[in-house]
Write a protein that binds this ligand. Structure first.
Ligand code: GLY
Length: 370
C-alpha cells in the first residue's frame, strides 16, 4: 500500500512517496542522496516526542547518524528569531553544502526548514517528512518555503524544492481529530478545484478516511499530491495556474487575520469555510448552479467541519473590515483582488474581475447568521 508521485521539474524533479511505515524505511530511502552518512533533523517538540525515536531507528537501518534540534510547536515559530536559531544551529553542526537537512513536522517546520535550506551556504538540499495531513497534501510539495512577517503570513521566503518527500500515512494516526479535519479541508479543496470525481469519492469515503481507513488515507493523499504535482510542474512560481491551489484562501487569509492567527481558526478550517464562500460567491455571480455551494457545505458539515462564519468562536469584525483584510492578500495585483471562483465542482478558475459589492454582500449575509 504505497504510491509514488513524481514532481517533474527538470533538474529539480523529485518523488513524493506515500504510504504507512515510511519512517521505518527512512534510512534506505534517504541514503542515496547523501555523500556522508549523517543528516540534520529539525522538528517541533510535539512531533519529536511522538516520532523522533522511530525516525532515528529508521535512519540507523542504513547506518545513518542524525543530529536533531526541536523548535516550539505552533505558527509563532515561523518567525525570524526561530529561523535564526535554526540556521545557526545548522552551521554549528557543520552542515556542509553537500549535506541534507530533514524537515520533520507539519507545515510550520516544513516551511521554516525549507527556507533555512534555501539560504544556508547559498542553498543545500532538504528532505520533507511531513507529519500532518495538511503538510502531506499541500505544504511539503511544491517548494514554497518561508516564514511570517509582522506585516503578514509567508511574506519572507523562497522557492526551494525538496529532494524527496516521505509522507508516512501511519503518522496521521497521532493527530487530534481537529488537526486531521483541518488538513482534510485542503483535501476537499483539490476535488473542488479540479476533480469532480474525486469530490464524489470524498463524499462517499470521507467518513471512513477520518475514522482511520489506511487505504482511503493513502488514496486521498496520493490524489491530492498528484493534482498538486501537475499544477506545480506547469507553473512552479505561480505565474498562472498555481493560483488555483488558493481556492478558498482569499476569504481564509482575511478570517485568519481577523482571528489573530490563533487557535480560534486553524488554517485548514479557514480553507474549508473559504471554499464554501467561494462557491457561494460563484453561484451569486451566476457562474455555477445554486446546488453547488449547498453540496460543498453539506459535505463539510457531514464531516463535522467548520463550514460557516458562525462556527468560528468569538466575535468577528464587520464585512467592510473583512474586505479590507482581503486587500492585504499577496494575490492582489495592481490593487485588484484576485479570486478563485468556480463554474461547478471541479471547475475552478482565477479571475481579477469580481465586483467588490458582490463580495461585501456575501460577507454580510454570512455574518448575519452569526
Ligand atoms: N499552498 C499553495 C501552493 O503551494 O501554491
Amino acid at each position: 500500500m504505497e504510491n509514488t508521485v513524481h514532481v517533474e521539474l527538470g533538474s529539480r524533479s523529485y518523488d513524493v512517496v506515500i504510504g504507512p511505515g515510511l519512517l521505518d524505511q527512512a534510512g534506505p530511502r534517504i541514503a542515496p542522496l547523501l555523500r556522508r552518512p549523517r543528516v540534520a533533523v529539525i522538528s517541533d517538540e510535539n512531533v519529536a516526542a511522538l516520532h523522533l525515536d522511530a525516525l532515528r531507528a529508521g535512519l540507523s537501518t542504513a547506518g545513518l547518524e542524525m543530529v536533531s534540534m526541536e523548535l516550539p510547536a505552533g505558527e509563532a515559530t515561523k518567525s525570524w528569531p526561530h529561523f535564526e536559531r535554526a540556521v545557526e544551529w545548522l552551521l554549528e553542526q557543520k552542515i556542509e553544502r553537500n549535506d541534507v537537512v530533514i524537515a520533520f513536522g507539519g507545515g510550520v517546520i516544513g516551511d521554516l526548514v525549507g527556507f533555512a535550506a534555501a539560504v544556508l551556504r547559498r542553498g543545500i538540499r532538504f528532505v520533507q517528512i511531513p507529519t500532518s495531513l495538511l503538510a502531506q497534501v499541500d505544504s511539503s510539495v511544491g517548494g514554497k518555503t518561508g516564514i511570517n512577517a509582522p506585516q503578514g503570513k509567508n511574506l519572507i521566503g523562497a522557492f526551494h524544492q525538496p529532494s524527496l518527500v516521505l509522507a508516512d500515512t501511519a503518522v496521521l494516526g497521532t493527530l487530534t481529530a481537529r488537526d486531521f479535519l483541518a488538513g482534510y479541508g485542503e483535501v476537499v479543496k483539490y476535488g473542488l478545484l479540479g476533480d469532480a470525481a474525486f469530490f464524489d469519492w470524498l463524499e462517499k469515503q470521507g467518513p471512513a478516511l477520518a475514522a482511520g481507513d489506511m487505504q482511503a488515507r493513502v488514496q486521498a493523499v496520493t490524489r491530492s499530491v498528484q493534482m498538486k504535482a501537475d499544477i506545480v510542474a506547469r507553473d512552479e512560481t505561480e505565474q498562472g495556474d498555481r493560483a488555483l491551489l488558493n481556492l478558498g484562501h482569499t476569504f481564509c487569509h482575511a478570517l485568519e487575520a481577523a482571528t489573530g492567527y490563533s487557535d480560534r481558526l486553524l488554517h485548514g478550517e479557514g480553507v474549508a469555510i473559504g471554499c464554501a464562500l467561494a462557491f457561494e460567491l460563484s453561484a451569486r455571480l451566476g457562474l455555477c448552479a445554486q446546488e453547488d455551494p449547498s453540496r460543498v457545505r453539506v459535505h463539510l458539515k457531514a464531516m463535522g467541519m467548520k463550514t460557516d462564519l458562525a462556527d468560528i468562536p468569538g466575535d468577528l469584525p464587520g464585512a467592510d473590515a473583512l474586505l479590507g483584510l482581503m486587500a492585504q492578500d499577496k494575490k492582489v495585483v495592481d490593487g485588484q483582488l484576485r479570486f478563485i471562483l468556480a463554474r461547478g465542482i471541479g471547475q475552478a478558475f482565477v479571475t481579477g474581475d469580481v465586483p467588490g459589492d458582490a463580495v461585501l454582500e456575501i460577507l454580510e449575509d454570512a455574518l448575519a447568521t452569526c
